[in-house]
Design a protein around this ligand. Structure first.
Ligand code: ZN
Length: 241
């Protein structure tokens, strides 16, 4: 099965539409949370995901947007954006976000935003944290986001985890191994590349391919400024940080 895996869309509709078009026809779209927060289009992003039948999990920004205490961990700019999001979203968006589980198992894959042991908080950036993630799921493979940096971890042997930092077009063939994969961020990449990031998972071939696509960043920045969102959140989109 050919699946589009997306994470950290962050209310950025031009980035979402660009990556969906770039990834082409798929049999399913899975998302790994932080659908909203930071960006100017929460309702339209949720409507698009609902329209295409995307299924996924809740991120910390999604939890905060529907009134969760997660807002207390946010820096002032992220907090301002979430307060704006809380005041802006429709009841339908609120209900869609509220229905997202923190963890979802689909066939051979466990989906989380952060990590299996702490789905809303932990950033998996180390081999040690990835090793723990493999131990904490019952499925062969798992998918995560939250760091906004594309990465692929594989379990090469018991206790031995390898990592790849994939560039645009890179494919990881994990045949015979377990994989814990991060597609990067659609709407606010932080690996120094401003292009939207996404991943195609081919479950028959046991492979993942990462993709980057340019989108109209300036239109999003204009919408953010018009909405009164913090200007630094708009500026950073130009740099992918
Ligand atoms: Zn995020």
């Amino acid at each position: 099965m050919r699946i589009a895996v997306l994470s950290d869309i962050h209310s950025n509709l031009p980035a979402l539409d660009a990556i969906l078009a770039h990834l082409g026809p798929v049999e399913a779209v899975w998302h790994l949370g932080d659908v909203v927060g930071y960006g100017p289009d929460p309702d339209r992003v949720v409507a698009r995901l609902a329209e295409i039948g995307a299924i996924g999990v809740r991120g910390n920004h999604d939890a905060a947007a529907i009134g969760g205490p997660e807002i207390e961990w946010f820096n002032p700019e992220a907090r301002a954006a979430i307060e704006w999001t809380r005041d802006t979203i429709s009841r339908a968006t609120h209900a869609w976000l509220a229905a997202l589980p923190e963890t979802r198992v689909i066939d051979d894959h466990t989906l989380v935003h952060g990590s299996p042991r702490d789905p809303l908080r932990e950033y998996v950036t180390s081999l040690a944290a990835a090793r723990a993630a493999f131990a904490d799921v019952t499925t062969p493979h798992a998918l995560h986001g939250h760091t906004h940096v594309p990465i692929g971890f594989t379990l090469e042997a018991p206790g031995n985890v390898a990592a790849v930092l994939p560039e645009d077009g890179a494919t990881l063939d994990y045949t015979g191994r377990r994989a814990f994969l991060n597609p990067g961020s659609v709407g606010q990449p932080r690996d120094g590349v401003p292009a939207a990031s996404g991943m195609i998972l081919d479950t028959d071939a046991a492979s993942a391919t990462w993709h980057r696509v340019a989108y109209d960043i300036e239109s999003v920045q204009r919408a953010m400024r018009t909405a009164g969102l913090p200007s630094r959140l708009a500026d950073r989109l130009s740099f992918g940080v």
